[in-house]
Design a protein. Structure first.
Length: 336
């Protein structure tokens, strides 16, 4: 049994910053996340993408933000259970909670803060019958490390910002040997600047743009070696490739959290904006996983929510103590 003051479910940016705010109040945190490393979407989906709305940083890469948050939290020695999804929460007789993971790892604390982002993500897969046979053998649904495609032929499918941005990045930076972007329509859903950039790169031959077409088949004995492309007007053709990357987005679901007795509205947890508490006393929800009137799904809003939640958590754990706000500019940072 792992015992702590606050169990944080979700190790994304909001969960990581909550460690810091709890540490200032001398509250220890232990984080649970289904992903194998801290950082949530920022580490798993787009570590190399810039973020522009973090105060004090005109631009910062998502992965760099995670590194900074980990460094900021380090004086408070947080614990981590990674690669294990939290599947069950039980209330104990002594008014605490036991959170159990899919691997039966048990954690006990008087406070649970759910910072699970949008929940559990599943990729939207194209309807290709044998696509699972090539997963991690030439088929990827997200791009974690662009260097994987160094010198390779890549076929990207999709018409949104992610497909456009990665096609531009892999082609313009000359990472991939060849980049083909396949989209089922002649128009795109992404930002106009990105759409025009792709068109410009296609006209100069830097990107091979194939519109009004879909990838309908995958070929290869062990690893992927070619894809079948079905054109709306020209019929079917084979294209040799090392990688097929369908970027159709991710489907977020609350997963097991939806069965914990929390009040749910539109696939999010309803909270009281006084302290971001849920309908279950002692359980809070912060970041994209919660909902309330005028909710904004921004990292900086999640930072505020986590700060208010730990203030309330302190009062719940130590009802006899008066918490006086102390500014870090005066008191500095003192870890455990």
């Amino acid at each position: 049994m792992i015992k702590t003051d606050i169990i944080i479910i979700g190790a994304g940016p909001v969960g990581l910053f909550t460690i810091f705010e709890a540490g200032l109040l001398k509250l220890r945190c232990h984080l649970i996340d289904s992903l194998a490393e801290p950082g949530g979407q920022c580490a798993e989906i787009y570590p190399k993408k810039p973020i522009y709305d973090i105060p004090g940083f005109p631009s910062i890469l998502a992965g760099e933000l995670v590194d900074n948050l980990m460094e900021q939290a380090s004086p408070f020695k947080p614990g981590f259970t990674l690669g294990e999804a939290a599947i069950k929460v039980d209330k104990t007789d002594d008014n605490e909670f036991i959170v159990t993971t899919v691997k039966n790892t048990k954690h006990k604390a008087p406070i649970v803060i759910i910072a699970g982002g949008l929940g559990v993500f599943e990729p939207r897969k194209p309807p290709i019958s044998n696509i699972q046979d090539y997963e991690d053998r030439g088929v990827e649904y997200i791009i974690k490390d662009p260097d994987l495609y160094n010198g390779k032929d890549c076929v990207i499918a999709g018409g949104g910002d992610s497909a456009l941005d990665w096609a531009i990045h892999l082609a313009e930076k000359k990472i991939a040997n060849k980049v083909t972007l396949v989209h089922r329509s002649a128009s795109f859903r992404g930002h106009l600047d990105s759409v025009q950039k792709v068109i410009d790169l296609a006209e100069t031959g830097i990107i091979n743009l194939v519109t009004e077409a879909e990838v309908t088949g995958l070929i290869g004995e062990n690893n992927l070696t070619a894809v079948n492309i079905k054109h709306k007007r020209d019929g079917e053709s084979l294209m040799k490739t090392d990688h097929f990357i369908p970027l159709f987005g991710l489907k977020p679901t609350l997963g097991p959290i939806a069965d914990w007795g929390l009040e749910i509205e539109k696939n999010a947890i309803k909270v009281n904006t006084i302290d971001y508490s849920t309908n279950i006393p002692g359980i809070y929800a912060v970041g994209d996983v919660n909902t309330y009137e005028n909710k904004l799904k921004l990292i900086l809003c999640g930072f505020h929510e986590g700060t208010m939640a730990v203030q309330s958590a302190f009062a719940r754990i130590f009802p006899e103590k008066k918490n006086v706000l102390k500014y870090t500019t005066v008191n500095g940072i003192t870890g455990f």
